[in-house]
Design a binder for this molecule. Structure first.
Ligand SMILES: *Cc1c(COP(=O)(O)O)cnc(C)c1O
Length: 481
């Protein structure tokens, strides 16, 4: 394994030539001074460059290879959107600058909100939430504020299907709701009868993603919306899966009242390194008064901030992750309505192409045409010779493919969830299918070998319990003096 930055270099070695100070020296109060010099790495520029270059090579990103991580939409992010987000006018602006000097940025936010309304079939948008889960919490807070405003405080139950993304019940709990789980039917869709049996005077909302996390479209969505609305509840749409439906169907038309989008999944912001992301919340007109403040309004070509009358307040400092919004608008305007639709069509086509080509080898959990992703189960193989979903996933690492999502959704045992995305070529998909098949053959022939994969990475299989309970995240100096 290569050395850590603390282990390279020598005392006194440097890689910076600082200019002479052009401000007077000021004595730092002694109580603020260190008693010992900080133990910083001391290296030459060449060693520093090699350190970071080598680190970057160990990381796997969508710019390195195929990354079919289901439910995460790890698609390629066009570099032109990075260039647009790096323009001085966007990076040099200060969030406390007045409205008069930031008209361009305000126009961008206003235009993005309008485009989001067009794509989702909603009427109003806040760009503040910093990620999907944050958007969920914000959207649920809107529902809560709306119900409270109407005096319907007995509506405390939030219905969540068992196939939901883990953030859904977590956000519902954080927003102060009681969660009611409903099972999926054998086809992997919402069990409409089960839904009917749980709705009532205490229903606040149903939280749903469509296509759901099995990659299946809820065909009964209008009936589902009717059931919930007739009981006086609202519908929340988890919009992280917009990649399958852009320009084809709209949550607002399906009957949803409020939703979030993951700009860092569908709309061209690199993610996987942990952010920054953006999870705008879009809602129908009747929820607009409750949106976080401020919103951007336009009158006679002049943009200004306005505070919705019954606003739930701020959910984040300033205006959200503005540069993510820049990338999203660049992406939307570059593709246009036709291009957005085409990317969704290709996302669905690619997923079905892979599923069809794998289905003779692997067990597909629900054997119907999928949307942007599909789920396979390794349960039969595990029973046959002990090779698990994790073993297959680790085997893919050695073939230069990022593992699919593992053990999710929870209702499929030994699940692997595959989302190829629209940005992959047919050749890449063919190579990936070949790799999946080779691993399956290896699993039948020599299961023991797969238990040891990956063998090409700096770390193979850490003890997962120790890695979680006792992670070593800090460099420990050889002597602590
Ligand atoms: C990714 C995802 C989320 C959470 O989004 P974050 O930005 O990671 O908080 C929620 N729901 C679904 C269906 C997702 O795929």
């Amino acid at each position: 394994m290569s050395k850590l930055i603390f282990e390279t270099g020598k005392p006194g070695r440097r890689c910076a030539c600082l200019p002479a100070s052009d401000v007077p020296e000021v004595a730092i109060p002694p109580q603020l001074m260190r008693t010992k010099p900080a133990r910083l790495p001391e290296t030459a520029e060449v060693d520093l460059v090699r350190h970071y270059t080598n680190l970057s090579r160990k990381a796997f990103g969508v710019d390195n290879g195929f990354y079919p991580l289901g439910s995460c939409t790890m698609k390629y992010n066009p570099k032109r959107n990075e260039e647009v987000a790096a323009l001085k006018g966007f990076t040099g602006v200060h969030p406390l600058q007045g409205e008069e000097t930031t008209q361009g940025c305000l126009k961008l936010m206003h235009t993005l909100a309008e485009r989001i309304c067009g794509i989702t079939g909603m009427d109003a948008v806040t760009l503040q939430p910093a990620a999907g889960a944050h958007g969920e919490m914000t959207g649920l807070a809107l529902i809560k504020a709306y119900l409270t405003d109407r005096g319907e405080t007995e509506r405390i139950k939030l219905i969540v299907p068992d196939s939901a993304h883990g953030t859904n019940p977590a956000s519902a709990a954080m927003a102060g709701f009681t969660i009611v789980n409903i099972p999926s039917n054998p086809q992997g869709l919402v069990d409409v009868q089960a839904l009917e049996s749980v709705v009532g005077d205490d229903t606040a909302a149903l939280m749903l993603t469509n296509p759901n996390t099995l990659g299946l479209f809820e065909r009964d969505i209008e009936k589902i919306a009717d059931i919930v609305h007739s009981a006086g509840g609202l519908l929340y749409y988890d919009g992280a899966n917009m990649n399958a439906i852009m320009g084809i169907s709209r949550p607002g038309d399906m009957g949803f009242d409020v939703m979030h989008l993951n700009l860092h999944k569908t709309f061209s912001t690199p993610h996987g390194g942990g952010g920054p992301g953006s999870g705008p919340v879009a809602c129908k007109e009747f929820l607009r008064p409750f949106l976080p403040s401020p919103l951007v309004a336009e009158k006679d070509g002049i943009y200004s901030f306005e505070n919705p009358e019954k606003s739930i307040g701020r959910v984040r400092s300033f205006y959200g992750n503005f540069l993510v919004n820049v990338r999203a608008l660049a992406y939307i305007m570059t593709l246009g309505a036709k291009g957005l639709r085409e990317s969704s069509e290709n996302a669905v086509l690619n997923a079905n192409y892979m599923m069809e080509n794998l289905k003779d080898t692997y067990n597909v959990a629900f054997d119907t045409p999928c949307m942007h992703e599909f789920v396979i189960t390794l349960e039969p193989l595990k029973k046959q010779n002990g090779v698990t979903a994790a073993d297959i996933a680790k085997g893919l690492v050695d073939k230069g493919i990022h593992p699919p999502t593992m053990y999710f959704p929870l209702i499929v045992p030994e699940a692997l969830m595959i989302e190829p995305t629209e940005t992959e070529s047919r050749e890449t998909l063919d190579e990936a299918v070949e790799a999946f098949k080779e691993i399956y053959a290896a699993a039948l022939e020599n299961p023991g070998e797969l238990h040891r994969a990956p063998v090409t990475t700096p770390v193979g299989r850490p003890d997962e319990t120790t890695a979680v309970r006792n992670p070593v995240l800090r460099y420990e100096f050889p002597s602590e003096d």
